[in-house]
Design a protein around this ligand. Structure first.
Ligand code: IPE
Ligand code: IPE
Ligand code: MG
Length: 217
């Protein structure tokens, strides 16, 4: 399952007069979804947390987001590890030294875990990912689909079966363009901090009733 967690800013402005407090609230939904995946034995959860385009946002908001993540990991990494969750970062780590180190540490520490893999798309952009894959392959005479797949940040991660975007916006915003070729996509009206367990239940129920053709009949 992959999620574009959109709508924090609007939620924060509406309820707390602050976009940043919307991000803080959104973290609670992340925890809910993590628990949900553990319970339902969903093995891979890919979360879009910061795009290559999100650098356009004001410094104050960027810093708030990065601090939120840093503090969360400092507080929760032990617990995450004890729950056998594996953390993988998708995207180039070009943050503060302390956050870069912490992200590397979290990946290393949880590397062997296999209950649930959380892929955190951070400074992630699908086009950038595809371009860097091509650059790694440029010496090859002929490039196969598998070559590309193996050189994306998502190598060894199965393509998502479900993609959810909250926040009442119907676009992909440069997320997993290659990987969602046959993904079932759910656009949700609710803002991310309002997204709940029962919304996930509804989506998954709907997913199981979809006839997935993959080109066949
Ligand atoms: C969260 O939602 C996405 C992140 C970049 C963390 P937004 O911050 O885009 O919220 P809206 O779309 O402005 O409401
Ligand atoms: C997509 O949301 C990125 C994340 C959820 C991290 P945005 O809010 O940045 O997307 P756009 O700019 O509205 O397309
Ligand atoms: Mg948004």
């Amino acid at each position: 399952m992959a999620i574009i967690m959109d709508g924090n800013g609007r939620w924060g402005l509406k309820h707390k007069n602050s976009r940043n407090l919307g991000h803080k609230e959104g973290l609670k939904t992340v925890e809910m979804v993590m628990k949900y995946c553990m319970k339902k034995q969903i093995k891979f959860l890919t979360l879009y947390a910061f795009s290559t385009e999100n650098w356009k946002r004001p410094l104050n908001e960027r810093n708030y987001l990065f601090n939120l993540l840093e503090n969360y990991l400092k507080e929760r990494l032990e617990k995450i590890n004890s729950e056998k969750i594996k953390i993988k970062i998708l995207g180039e780590k070009i943050f503060s030294k302390s956050l870069n180190n912490l992200l590397n540490f979290a990946e290393k520490k949880t590397y062997k875990n296999s209950k649930l893999q959380i892929n955190l798309a951070l400074n992630y952009g699908s086009k950038k990912e595809i371009v860097q894959a091509f650059n790694k392959l440029k010496k090859k005479k002929k490039i196969s689909e598998n070559d590309i797949k193996k050189n994306l940040f998502t190598k060894n991660i199965p393509d998502p079966e479900i993609l959810i975007r909250t926040g009442d916006t119907q676009r992909l915003s440069n997320f997993l363009l290659w990987q969602v070729a046959y993904t079932e996509i759910f656009f949700e009206k609710k803002l991310w901090p309002d997204f709940m367990n029962k919304d996930l239940n509804r989506i998954i129920k709907k997913f199981y009733n979809i006839k997935r053709n993959f080109g066949n009949i």
